[in-house]
Design a protein around this ligand. Structure first.
Ligand SMILES: CC(C)(COP(=O)(O)OP(=O)(O)OC[C@H]1O[C@@H](n2cnc3c(N)ncnc32)[C@H](O)[C@@H]1OP(=O)(O)O)[C@@H](O)C(=O)NCCC(=O)NCCS
Length: 217
């Protein structure tokens, strides 16, 4: 997927194993941007190693799409190509309590500031829809911060619509109290990362997950 502009070509292609550095750079920029809306969105210490592990395990899996956009052609070997866009899609499975539990989730989307206002964002979302439909999904969804008005307008232009809201109130926790683990994350009395609800499953450990969920990872 290469288009030519008046400057250099824009290349969209799935991230290769050796291109994790570009994924990590754009992922960091996205989460730095998101932390501007809410400091709780900042990445944890050690995030890059976790993301790398997840990338290594899933970047060629049919259940995920790690798409990079480059200004220039990274395969030319010139070293001139610059990563300017990132799209991460994943198959998502909700709790088995629900009859309809599968959807395609747009986990991350980022366009570098210098590339905004062009066609790249729309092309990445088109690629996400194409990937989802080609993999048998009839629904694509994502989470966006309510105050990220630019992204909200952008997604609306791409044909998406808000269907649920997250409501929140800040609390004063009891002194010394440590929040217990999510009961869905406790297996055999021990905390694990097997969860079936919510979002941000990215880089969760899957060691305890049913085989069915691990097949293509
Ligand atoms: C969301 C995003 C992918 C959209 O891509 P985009 O290229 O900016 O999309 P658009 O070209 O449709 O532009 C979006 C808006 O920014 C405006 N804009 C475009 N280029 C701009 C620039 N250089 N400076 C200021 N505004 C600009 C557009 O006019 C448009 O405004 P409007 O909504 O009032 O019409 C991109 O802005 C981005 O990566 N943002 C940071 C990360 C983010 O929010 N990701 C989504 C989190 S869920």
């Amino acid at each position: 997927m290469t288009t030519t502009t008046s400057m250099t070509a824009l290349t969209l292609r799935p991230a290769a194993a050796a291109e994790f550095w570009a994924v990590a750079r754009l992922f960091a920029a996205l989460h730095h941007f998101n932390a501007g809306f809410d400091p709780r969105f900042r990445l944890a210490e050690g995030w890059e190693a976790l993301l790398r592990e997840h990338f290594v395990r899933t970047h060629r899996a049919p259940s995920a799409l790690w798409l990079l956009a480059w200004r220039g052609d990274p395969s030319s070997g010139s070293g001139q190509a610059e990563p300017v866009g990132l799209l991460l899609m994943e198959a998502h499975t909700d709790s088995p309590l629900f009859a309809e539990r599968r959807w395609a989730e747009l986990v991350a989307l980022y366009v570098a500031p210098a590339e905004r206002g062009g066609d790249l964002g729309r092309r990445l979302v088109e690629a996400s829809k194409h990937w989802a439909a080609a993999h048998g999904f009839d629904r694509l969804q994502l989470y966006v911060t309510a105050s990220n008005e630019r992204a909200r307008r952008f997604y609306a232009r791409c044909g998406l619509a808000p269907v649920q809201e997250i409501w929140r109130v800040e609390l004063m926790p009891a002194t010394g109290a440590i929040p217990p683990p999510d009961p869905s994350c406790v297996a055999n009395g021990h905390a694990s990362h097997q969860i079936e609800l919510g979002h941000h499953h990215l880089a969760m450990e899957l060691s305890d997950c049913p085989d069915e969920e691990c097949d293509d990872a």
